[in-house]
Design a protein around this ligand. Structure first.
Ligand SMILES: Nc1ncnc2c1ncn2[C@@H]1O[C@H](COP(=O)(O)OP(=O)(O)OP(=O)(O)O)[C@@H](O)[C@H]1O
Length: 826
C-alpha cells in the first residue's frame, strides 16, 4: 500500500491557500502534498517569528496560524495506513501468564513506544528519500499506538511537501517570501529549527532549550553572514551549529549502501527551488535538481536555497555528508536520488563565504557543491579526509551512466586533496566526533538512530532503531556493570549462539554486535572464564543489532483470542498447524546445533516478514558433545513454561541421579505453548504463585486438564509434549511427523490395499477416542500403503529391508492388539 497516496486531502478552505503545484516539476501524486501546507505555514510562521530581528513579516503571516488542524489530517492518514495493535489488552493477557517471573515482553504502549526521545519520523527527516522507501516499512512494522502514529505521520507530510506548498501557498506573502528568499540559507536552517523546536514542544524531555537556542543562534549567524555580514567571529559563533551538524553528519557518514543512494525505491523526494518560485518536485530526477541547484549557486548564491527541512533530527541539524550523497547521486544520474533535497543544508552553508569560495565559484557544478561542503564544514577539517574517502567509496559502487559525470567525480577527488592536507595541518582545530547518546546508539562505529523502546526483558532493553541506510533493526542493549562475570559471560554467549545460527531462516539474525568489555568477549570466544566470581566494574554494555520483528507470538495469540472472543469458537486448526510447524522447525534448528533454548515461550517467537523466528538465547546452553543434557547453575526459564526438570535442575531424582535439562525440557515448553494456542491459557495458569506452580509441575502424579477438542490428534500431540517423564516426550523430528501435522493419506484405490485398509479402517473407527490406537492404525496404514517413505525403492528389494519392515509391521500390530486389550479391560 502506498502510504503516501492514502494521505487524506483536506478540503480547500479560505485559509488553505495552496498554490497549484507546477505539473512540470511534480511527477507524482500530489494528494499527499496538498495535505501539508497548514503544517508548513505554521512552520514558516515559526521560522519568520524567529527572524523578527531581521524583518517585519510576522504580522503578515500571523493570521495563518489558525489553519486546518494538522493532527486531524494525520490521524486519518494513520488509520488508513498503519495496522494497529491493541497492546494493552495483550499485555493484560500476558501478565496473567508470566505472573511470577518475567513480565510480558513487548511493552509497546503509548507511554514508552518512543521512549528514548526520538520519534520515528525523525528518521524521515534525516534521510527523506530513503525514508520514503521505508516509510511504509516503518508504518506497517510499527507497533505504535495511534497517538504516536499521528506524530509520525505529521512529519511524513511535513517532509513530503510542506516547504513547497507553504511557500507557494500564500500569494499575498510572495513579496515577503521573496525577500525572505534572500535569507534562504537561514530560512532553510530556521525551518530545521522549526522542526527541532516542534520536537522540542512535543518531546521536550529530549531537546533542551539551551541546545535549541544554540542551534538557533548559530543559524541566525549563518544567515547574517549570508547577507554579507561576514566576520571572523563566525567560525567561533557557528561552533554550536557545527556540533549539531557533526552529529548527524556522523550518522550519515557511515558507509551508505548503494540502495540507499541510488535505489529506484528512493523515488520520492521533495525539493524546493526558491529561485524559480516555490515549487514542488516530488519525483525529482537527480540530474535536473543538480543542474538547478548548481546554476542557482553560481548566479545567486544568496538565493540558492533548495529549501528542505528533511535533514533535521530533533536538535540536530543534518550535516554536509548529505552533499556526499548528492555528489554520488550526480555521478549516478539516477532518477530520484536519495538525499537530493539535502542541498538545503549544503547550500545554506554555501552562503557562508570563506576563502575557498571565490575560487570554487568559478568552477563546475561539482565545485559549487564542494563549496557548499567546504563552507559548511570549514571548521571541521579533521573529518574532511574521511568525507572524501566516503565519496570515493560510494562513487566506486555507483553505476556510472555518463562520462561527464565520471570526469566530475575525478575532479571531485582532486578538489579534495588539498583539503586533506589542510585538514592534517588543522589538526589542532579537530573536534572529536560526537553524537547524542539520547538519539543514537553506536555499535562498532556505526550509528543507529533510536526510534523507540520496543520492550525490555529480564536483563536487557530492546530498542527499535534505524541505520544510516534506513533499515529498521532491533537493538538489544545489555548493561554489564554490577553483574558477575558468569552472568556477563552468559550474555556474551548469546552472541556466540547467534553467530553460530547465522543464515538459519527461523532464527533471528544478528547483524552486528559490540561488547564494550573486550576482555570479557575474548574470554567467551576462547571458551574460558578466569574471573567467574568477580563483578563487572566498568560501565560495560553489550549491543546487539538484530533483525527487527514486527510482532511476537504472544501478541499474535492474544489478538487471535480477542477475535474469537464472544463467538464461542476454537482456534482455527490450520492457523495452529501453520505456526506450530514453524515453531517446531525453529526449535529443531537449534536442537540440531546442540543448543537447548531453555526459555521457550510465545514472546520469544517473533514474526519477521511473515515467518516465525526464535529469539533470546540469553539463557540457552550448548549440549556437551558427550551428553544429551546440560547442567545449570540456576533455575531458568519463565515459570509458566518451565519443565519439571527445570524446576528441579541439579537435584537428585528417586534413583539418585542428578536431574539435568536437555532438549526434552524445551519440548515441555513447546507443549505449554501449544496448550496455550489451543486453549488460550497455559496448563498451570490457575496456579498463580511460584510455590503453587512449583508444587503441581513437579508432581509426577498431577494430571493436566485437557478440555475436549474436535481433533483427537491435537489432544495426543499436546500429551506427547507434556509427558511428565522427560524420556517419554517426543523429539522434534517425531513431532514434525505427528498426524496432527501430517494427517494420514486417504486409502489408495487398489483392491488389495483396499482390503487391508478396510480392516484398519474398521479398527480405527471403533477406537476413535483412543489416540494411541488411532495412531497405531495410522502407522500400520502408512507402512502398508507407502513403505517407500521409510526406505529407498532400491532397498525394498533387499531381503533384509523387507524383514525389517515386516518386523516393524508385526511390532505395530502387536502394540495395537495390546492397546485394544487394555481398552477392553478399562
Ligand atoms: N529482534 C527483535 N525485534 C523486535 N522485538 C524484539 C527483538 N528482540 C527482542 N525484542 C523484544 O524485546 C523483548 C525482550 O527481548 P529479549 O527477550 O531478547 O530480552 P531478554 O532480556 O533476554 O528478555 P527475557 O526477559 O525474555 O529474558 C522481546 O520479548 C521482544 O518483544
Amino acid at each position: 500500500m502506498d502510504g503516501k497516496a492514502n494521505l487524506p486531502v483536506p478540503p480547500p478552505t479560505a485559509n488553505n491557500l495552496i498554490r497549484p503545484i507546477n505539473p512540470d516539476t511534480t511527477s507524482s501524486s500530489s494528494s499527499s502534498f496538498t495535505s501539508s501546507p497548514p503544517g508548513f505555514l505554521r512552520h514558516v510562521q515559526a521560522a519568520l517569528k524567529r527572524h523578527r530581528p531581521l524583518g517585519t513579516m510576522q504580522s503578515n503571516i500571523r493570521p495563518k496560524r489558525s489553519i486546518v488542524p494538522q493532527r486531524e489530517v494525520s490521524r486519518s492518514s494513520t488509520l488508513t495506513i498503519g495496522p494497529t495493535v491493541d497492546i494493552k489488552s495483550q499485555d493484560i493477557l500476558l501478565s496473567q501468564e508470566d505472573v511470577s517471573i518475567i513480565p510480558p515482553s513487548i511493552s509497546v504502549n503509548s507511554s514508552n513506544a518512543f521512549e528514548g526521545g526520538c520519534k520515528p519520523f525523525d528518521a524521515q527527516e534525516c534521510c527523506p528519500n530513503a525514508m520514503a522507501k521505508c516509510k511504509d516499512k516503518i508504518i506497517t512494522h510499527s507497533l505504535q499506538v495511534e497517538s504516536q502514529n499521528i506524530e509520525g505521520q505529521k512529519k511524513v507530510q511535513f517532509s513530503i511537501g510542506n516547504n513547497t506548498t507553504a511557500l507557494g501557498a500564500d500569494d499575498g506573502k510572495a513579496t515577503e517570501l521573496e525577500k525572505l528568499s534572500s535569507h534562504m540559507g537561514s530560512l532553510a536552517l530556521t525551518e530545521m529549527e522549526w522542526a527541532a523546536s516542534s520536537h522540542l514542544e512535543e518531546s521536550n524531555a529530549f531537546y533542551q532549550d539551551s541546545k535549541h537556542q544554540s542551534v538557533l543562534q548559530a543559524e541566525s549567524e549563518v544567515s547574517l553572514r549570508s547577507e554579507g555580514g561576514v566576520s571572523s567571529q563566525l567560525a567561533k559563533r557557528t561552533t554550536a551549529l557545527q556540533d549539531h551538524l557533526q552529529q548527524f553528519r556522523n550518522f550519515l557518514s557511515q558507509p551508505a549502501t548503494l540502495s540507499s543512494v541510488v535505489g529506484p525505491s528512493c523515488a520520492t523526494t521533495t525539493s524546493v527551488h526558491s529561485s524559480s518560485a516555490p515549487m514542488l518536485n516530488s519525483t525529482t530526477h537527480y540530474s535536473h535538481s543538480h543542474l538547478d541547484g548548481g546554476s542557482n549557486v553560481a548566479a545567486e548564491p544568496l538565493k540558492d536555497s533548495n529549501v528542505n527541512s528533511h535533514f533535521i533530527t530533533p536538535g540536530v541539524v543534518k550535516s554536509s555528508n548529505i552533499s556526499l550523497k548528492e555528489t554520488n547521486g550526480m555521478s549516478v544520474d539516477q532518477p530520484a536520488v536519495a538525499f537530493q533535497g539535502s542541498s538545503s543544508a549544503i547550500n545554506a552553508g554555501s552562503t557562508v563565504k570563506d576563502s575557498d569560495l571565490s575560487k570554487e565559484q568559478q568552477g563546475s557544478i561539482l565545485k559549487e557543491i564542494n563549496i557548499s561542503k567546504n563552507a559548511s564544514y570549514n571548521n571541521d577539517k579533521s573529518t574532511r579526509g574521511k568525507e572524501s574517502a566516503d565519496i570515493t567509496n560510494i562513487q566506486s559502487q555507483a553505476p556510472m551512466s555518463k562520462t561527464s559525470f565520471s570526469d566530475v567525480k575525478l575532479e571531485s577527488s582532486k578538489l579534495e586533496k588539498p583539503e586533506k592536507a589542510a585538514s592534517s595541518k588543522g589538526a589542532s582545530a579537530a573536534r572529536k566526533r560526537t553524537y547524542d547518546p539520547d538519539l543514537f546508539f553506536k555499535v562498532n562505529g556505526k550509528l543507529y538512530q533510536r526510534l523507540g523502546k520496543i520492550g525490555s526483558g529480564g536483563s536487557s532493553e530492546v530498542h527499535k532503531v534505524i541505520s544510516s541506510d534506513c533499515t529498521i533493526y532491533a537493538l538489544k542493549k545489555i548493561k554489564l556493570k554490577g553483574r558477575d562475570y558468569a552472568t556477563a559471560y552468559g550474555f556474551c554467549q548469546e552472541i556466540e549462539y547467534l553467530n553460530r545460527l547465522k543464515g538459519k531462516n527461523n532464527i533471528i539474525q544478528l547483524i552486528d554486535y559490540e561488547v564494550t568489555d573486550k576482555a570479557l568477549l575474548a574470554e567467551v570466544m576462547r571458551g574460558s572464564l578466569s574471573n567467574k566470581d568477580a563483578r563487572v566494574k566498568d560501565d560495560g554494555y553489550i549491543y546487539m543489532v538484530l533483525e527487527y520483528g514486527e510482532i511476537d507470538l504472544a501478541h499474535m495469540l492474544s489478538q487471535k483470542w480477542k477475535e474469537l472472543d464472544g463467538y464461542d469458537q476454537t482456534i482455527d486448526e490450520n492457523w495452529l498447524r501453520f505456526y506450530w510447524q514453524q515453531i517446531l522447525q525453529a526449535v529443531n534448528t537449534i536442537h540440531e546445533e546442540r543448543i537447548v533454548h531453555s526459555d521457550l515461550k510465545p514472546a520469544n517467537f517473533l514474526l519477521v516478514k511473515g515467518s516465525l523466528k526464535l529469539i533470546d538465547f540469553g539463557i540457552a546452553k550448548a549440549i556437551m558433545s558427550d551428553t544429551t543434557n546440560i547442567q545449570r547453575d540456576s533455575q531458568v526459564g519463565t515459570l509458566s513454561y518451565m519443565s519439571p526438570e527445570a524446576f528441579m535442575c541439579n537435584e537428585s531424582d528417586a534413583n539418585g541421579n542428578i536431574i539435568k535439562c536437555g532438549r526434552p525440557s524445551d519440548i515441555w515448553s513447546l507443549g505449554c505453548i501449544l496448550y496455550q494456542m489451543v486453549y488460550g491459557r497455559t496448563p498451570f495458569a490457575e496456579y498463580k504463585t511460584f510455590w503453587a506452580k512449583f508444587k503441581v509441575i513437579t508432581d509426577p502424579n498431577y494430571e493436566i486438564t485437557y478440555e475436549p477438542v474436535s481433533n483427537p490428534w491435537l489432544l495426543d500431540l499436546m500429551k506427547r509434549c507434556l509427558a511428565w517423564d522427560r524420556n517419554e516426550r517426543w523429539r522434534i523430528p517425531q513431532l514434525l511427523q505427528h498426524p496432527f501435522l501430517v494427517p494420514p493419506a486417504p486409502p489408495h484405490a487398489s483392491s488389495s490395499q483396499d482390503q487391508s485398509f478396510k480392516l484398519l479402517q474398521f479398527i480405527s473407527e471403533t477406537c476413535i477416542d483412543d489416540p494411541d490406537a488411532s495412531k497405531l492404525c495410522c502407522q500400520i496404514q502408512q507402512l502398508l500403503g507407502d513403505p517407500l517413505k521409510l526406505i529407498t525403492p532400491h532397498s525394498l528389494s533387499s531381503r533384509e529391508q523387507q524383514r525389517k519392515l515386516l518386523s516393524q509391521m508385526s511390532e505395530l500390530c502387536l502394540q495395537l492388539q495390546q492397546r485394544l486389550t487394555n481398552t477392553d479391560e478399562e
